[in-house]
Write a protein that binds this ligand. Structure first.
Ligand SMILES: N[C@@H](CCC(=O)N[C@@H](CS)C(=O)NCC(=O)O)C(=O)O
Length: 221
């Protein structure tokens, strides 16, 4: 049984989506971000606080103090995109790399998503989640401008390929879709990249995504 430590309202979404797609047995052990407790007026260090990213028990598992973390038969793994690549290799099947070349391409796209897209996309997501306050709009535009180059790379790739890797839906699509999702609230940016938008729509129409998303929406903010 795979244990995932985290919350639906975190990058654990990508792992939950992958676990559902892969049909692996898993359980969620809730670990909440310390800042969410603080936002609720709860001191993360207080005795009654829920297990959180600053709890000593969690820090023993993950010194980085970040969710998600996965545990599988003694293997403790952090970094959500690496967790997904592990899960796909473990389960095998069409979502997994079929050879070393596909594996390399999946790693390439995961690293590109993490280093070239996620920070700016997350800035957009956070600004929209807070409600686009005055001042946030300029930050959104700057992040959006920075995303145009990597999104153009994705647009070109999806012009020549139906999916990120291997001409089929794989874990590489899950990883990239979950990174790109953070920019989705910025409709003007998405509209400029129609292939990225329709690929993302197709990824998010999958039952495993829909199931994960419904549970995420039901979780307290
Ligand atoms: N690169 C890491 C980032 C992990 C991360 O930053 N997680 C956030 C939640 S999505 C977190 O746990 N933050 C800790 C905190 O704010 O206390 C990954 O992809 O897993």
């Amino acid at each position: 049984m795979i244990t995932l430590y985290g919350m639906y309202r975190s990058r654990a979404t990508r792992n939950i989506w992958a676990l559902e797609e892969l049909g692996l047995a898993w359980q969620l052990k809730p670990v909440i971000q310390a800042y969410r407790l603080e936002a609720r007026g709860v001191d993360p260090a207080s005795a009654g606080a829920a297990l959180n990213t600053r709890s000593p028990d969690f820090l023993r598992l993950s010194p980085a103090g970040a969710i998600p973390v996965m545990e599988d038969a003694g293997l403790i793994l952090s970094e959500s995109l690496a967790i997904n690549l592990y899960l796909a290799r473990k389960a095998g099947g069409p979502l997994a790399p079929k050879d070393a070349r596909e594996e390399a391409l999946m790693e390439q796209w995961a690293l590109y998503g993490a280093t070239g897209i996620e920070t700016d996309a997350l800035e957009i997501s956070m600004a929209y989640a807070k409600g686009v306050a005055e001042g946030a709009e300029a930050a959104i535009e700057r992040a959006s401008d920075r995303l145009r180059r990597p999104f153009a790379a994705l647009e070109a790739h999806l012009g020549a390929h139906s999916h990120m890797v291997g001409g089929r839906f794989t874990v590489a699509d899950i990883n990239m879709a979950e990174v790109v999702r953070y920019a989705q609230p910025h409709k003007a940016l998405m509209a400029a990249f129609p292939r990225v938008t329709s690929w993302l729509d197709l990824c998010q129409a999958r039952p495993a995504f829909q199931k994960m998303w419904a549970a995420r929406e039901a979780e307290a903010v």
